[in-house]
Design a protein around this ligand. Structure first.
Ligand SMILES: [Zn+2]
Ligand SMILES: [Zn+2]
Length: 310
């Protein structure tokens, strides 16, 4: 649904495609599909403003294009459709780049791995339990399944990527495997709360926080479904809380990477390397970083945004 602001005769902003009801003088109501209820535009507007100010209790309304219209915040060029307006002039990926170590111009082992020969050999030794000298590989970082937030048919969805060694790899693999360009998102499937009984974090339903989110995995895709806590079946396990996909502008990425003094993140070298950060301007590529003249620089290979251009 396209949402555009339209100023009508009573000078109140109307969201395109929304039907308004005049129940009480001076108030307009409408049916909100996301919250499954009828709301006044005033309530919608205040929920949107609170959500944008990071109030977790109303986070379902965060970035809602209809809420933005009601709050008078809509600038069709700047809000909901801004990502569609970003010009993509480059490719998000390079086929000769290893999705694991990030180095470029290497011979890549395809067959679903998309890693370089060196990374492939280290992985093989790890699986065998011994290296070329017959010793157990002790420095190999074990492979894990990681979750990535990607858009499917305009809906935030979650993909599980197996056999990944670092945070860049699942994102790089999503881009490599996608036949057409993939768009990422950084939403969580629910509100994150601490459960004192199970002593773990769990996701609660945004629309009704008394309900817990369960996780259904199928073909590498996770679907989250909401269930009443007193109505769980044996074997129903609350969804595992995972980090959302990190999505930053190239400018914020510079600050973010600069804070990682100990170098826990991906190595920043004098060569441009993809980081575990999705470009917030285009949402389709990974922010690349390099160290240049003692400073960190960031750029996006797809939309060409750059931290050195203001
Ligand atoms: Zn490699
Ligand atoms: Zn970009």
């Amino acid at each position: 649904m396209s949402v555009a602001a339209e100023i009508c005769a009573d000078a109140e902003p109307r969201a395109d495609g929304v039907e308004y009801l005049q129940w009480v003088p001076g108030k307009r109501h409408f049916r909100c599909e996301k919250l499954c209820g009828t709301w006044s535009t005033d309530d919608c507007s205040s929920r949107y403003m609170r959500a944008m100010a990071s109030d977790e209790r109303v986070s379902a309304c965060r970035f809602c294009p209809i809420g933005a219209v009601h709050a008078g915040k809509v600038d069709p060029d700047q809000t909901a459709i801004s990502s569609a307006k970003v010009k993509i002039t480059g490719r998000p990926d390079h086929d000769s780049r290893c999705t694991r170590c990030g180095r470029l111009n290497l011979r890549i082992i395809h067959s679903g791995a998309e890693i370089c020969v060196s990374c492939w050999n280290r992985q093989r030794e790890w699986r065998l339990g011994r290296n070329s000298k017959g010793k157990a590989p002790i420095t190999f970082v074990p492979l894990q399944v990681r979750r990535v937030g990607i858009m499917v048919d305009g809906v935030p969805s979650y993909q599980m990527i197996a056999d990944t060694q670092n945070e860049v790899e699942p994102l790089a693999k999503c881009i490599r495997f996608a036949r057409e360009s993939v768009a990422f998102h950084d939403e969580q499937p629910g509100i994150t709360v601490w459960n004192a009984q199970t002593r773990s974090f769990e996701y609660r339903d945004r629309a009704n926080p008394s309900r817990v989110m369960l996780e259904l995995k199928q073909d590498g895709v996770i679907r989250y479904v909401s269930a009443a806590t007193d109505n769980l079946c044996p074997g129903d396990i609350a969804a595992v809380v995972r980090m959302p996909t990190l999505r930053l502008s190239v400018y914020t990425a510079v600050d973010w990477l600069g804070m990682d003094e100990e170098g826990d993140g991906a190595a920043i070298t004098v060569e441009w390397r993809p980081q575990a950060i999705v470009c917030a301007s285009c949402n389709i590529a990974l922010v690349q970083a390099r160290r240049f003249a003692g400073r960190i620089e960031c750029r996006c290979p797809a939309c060409k945004s750059s931290s050195t251009v203001h």
